[in-house]
Write a protein of this length. Structure first.
Lengths: 313, 219
């Protein structure tokens, strides 16, 4: 059993060429699995986890599932085969992920979920998630204020497979819905993508020139929208994002996007690794599996303090 | 004083009760509880709030509350101590403290053009705003939910359910007594409220969500 694991481990290590880890002599391994690093949010998350894991003396295996549940399942297999002591996971779907995490659990590998939750308790050791709903309410309240509680607006929604796309949209609507003079003229998914948001925004604008604001499910789509609006010479349109990226910070500081909501991505990933470390060393699980981390509104007043998904004091 | 409190308590209980009966009709129309995101059949946050309001929520808040001036001062000096004594926060995660207060004072300004209407209260006669009390119909945050030590995110299927439960508290107080408040000539009247606020960074006066509120006569 140990020999087999060792063999698979070194075979995979050689085959997949992930770092210099040699399964036979390496330190304990923590696998860090997130969506694509194309989105700086997920990159910050992976880097936060990696830095903390290394500081605590672990080897790391950093992988991306590209929001593909099948690929995620294979990556979990890889982590199991490599004998990872824990998995830090920003998952690829609230329902689809349950089986993958269960598989790791059955192989005695604890999972610590970050950013996105799954629709099951007792499978992962921890689910440390941004309070997306609270964050969406902050963003929507700022949006409502900027809009003067009235006018036509557009909503750009994230990737449907991502729970947080739905949670944010719901959070937006629970606030905006209380203002009958705010009218939704278009609601479309741009799949978290900047380029897709750009082209969707162009089309929406042609059909609805009479818009006053755009509320976006994340920052990359907000960047796409503001670029399309600028190209159409519509700098009057209010744009609000979500995540707290450096790109949006710069846009806020130069008078483009009006606001976003910071998710403490870097800190969240670090907390997950700390909890994994404590679990590995003492089998001590956090008191509560599901843990919420509050988001913070970013606008012109505090954007200058934002750096890589963290707010400087 | 005791008698007045008792009477008010009975009053609030009665309002809760009568609304409890008519809300069952009102709920499907608003569609908040069940039918707008599907797949969540039996979950009815408004019903849940009704079920615990008089029996658990009000007694808990009354027992936990401190006088606003004392709570706010302690919160400035030592937020953790204020939180332990007058408030609650989830043990894990990074949620801030939510504090429970009784505030009594004079309304020095009112914002009633916004649907997120508020009254600003001066509690010590210095003319300054000590706290801003939400009077709806739109309300920010989930302070009433977050003040309760017997409510945990872990008891909910996901953030959406947890959030709907939080919103149901705001809807409850809106229906129970806030929507009946006058919207003009509020300035100058006295007000007494039991409510909760979430500690935020900065020097802004706290934003209190009321669980009980009584207006004095016009000046």
């Amino acid at each position: 059993m140990t020999l087999k694991q060792l063999l698979i481990g070194s075979a995979l290590a050689g085959f997949m060429a992930f770092g210099a880890a040699n399964a036979a002599s390496a330190a304990d391994l923590i696998a860090i699995i997130t969506p694509s690093h194309d989105n700086p949010f997920f990159k910050a998350e992976a880097e936060g986890a990696e830095a903390k894991a290394k500081a605590l003396g672990y080897e790391t295996l950093v992988l991306v599932h590209d929001d593909d549940a099948n690929k995620q399942s294979q990556l979990i297999d890889t982590a199991i085969a490599r004998g990872a002591k824990a998995i830090i996971l920003d998952n690829a779907g609230a329902d689809a992920t349950v089986a993958a995490v269960k598989k790791a659990k059955d192989a005695n590998i604890p999972s610590f979920l970050i950013d996105r939750e799954i629709n099951a308790s007792g499978v992962a050791v921890a689910q440390i998630v941004s309070n997306n709903y609270q964050g969406a309410q902050l963003g929507a309240q700022e949006f409502v204020k900027l809009m003067g509680e009235k006018g036509n607006y557009v909503e750009l929604v994230g990737k449907e497979s991502d729970t947080n796309a739905g949670i944010r949209s719901k959070g937006y609507h629970d606030v905006i819905g209380e203002y009958p003079d705010l009218k939704s003229v278009a609601k479309q998914s741009a799949n978290w993508s900047q380029t897709e948001a750009y082209s969707k925004m162009e089309t929406i604008l042609q059909a609805n020139p009479n818009i006053k604001g755009v509320i976006s499910g994340n920052d990359t789509m907000a960047m796409g929208a503001i670029a399309a609006l600028a190209a159409a010479n519509r700098k009057d349109v209010i744009v609000v994002g979500f995540d707290g990226s450096n790109d949006v910070r710069d846009s806020i500081l130069s008078g483009g996007i009006k606001a976003t909501v910071l998710q403490p991505a870097y800190q969240q990933a670090q907390v997950a690794v700390e909890q994994a470390d404590s679990y590995i060393k003492s089998k001590k699980a956090p008191a509560q599996e599901k843990q919420l981390m509050d988001c913070v509104l970013i606008n012109g007043a505090n954007a200058g303090k934002l750096e890589t998904f963290a707010l400087r004091k | 004083m005791n008698r007045r409190r008792l009477l008010r308590a009975v009053g609030v209980a009665a309002i809760g009760f009568s609304l409890g009966a008519c809300k069952i009709v009102a709920t499907p129309k608003k569609g908040v509880a069940s039918n707008d995101d599907g797949g969540d059949g039996g979950f009815d946050p408004q019903k849940m709030v009704h079920a615990i309001w008089d029996a658990k929520v009000i007694p808990y808040l009354r027992a936990k509350a401190g006088r606003f001036a004392e709570v706010a001062e302690l919160a400035r000096a030592n937020p953790d101590e204020a939180g332990k004594k007058y408030g609650y926060r989830a043990k894990e995660g990074s949620e801030p403290w939510t504090l429970v207060v009784k505030i009594e004072g004079r309304i020095v300004s009112a914002e009633t053009n916004s649907r997120a209407a508020t009254i600003s209260v001066d509690n010590n006669g210095d003319g300054k705003i000590a706290a801003i009390v939400q009077i709806g119909p739109a309300m920010r945050g989930t302070a009433l939910r977050d003040a309760l030590d017997f409510v945990s995110f872990n008891d909910f299927r996901n953030q959406i359910d947890y959030a709907q439960f939080g919103k149901a508290f705001n809807q409850y107080v809106d229906h129970a007594f806030l929507s009946a408040l006058p919207r003009d000539s509020l300035v100058g009247r006295n007000v007494t409220a039991l409510g909760a606020y979430t500690v935020e960074a900065g020097d802004q006066p706290p934003l209190v969500t009321p669980a009980e509120l009584t207006l004095g006569p016009p000046p």
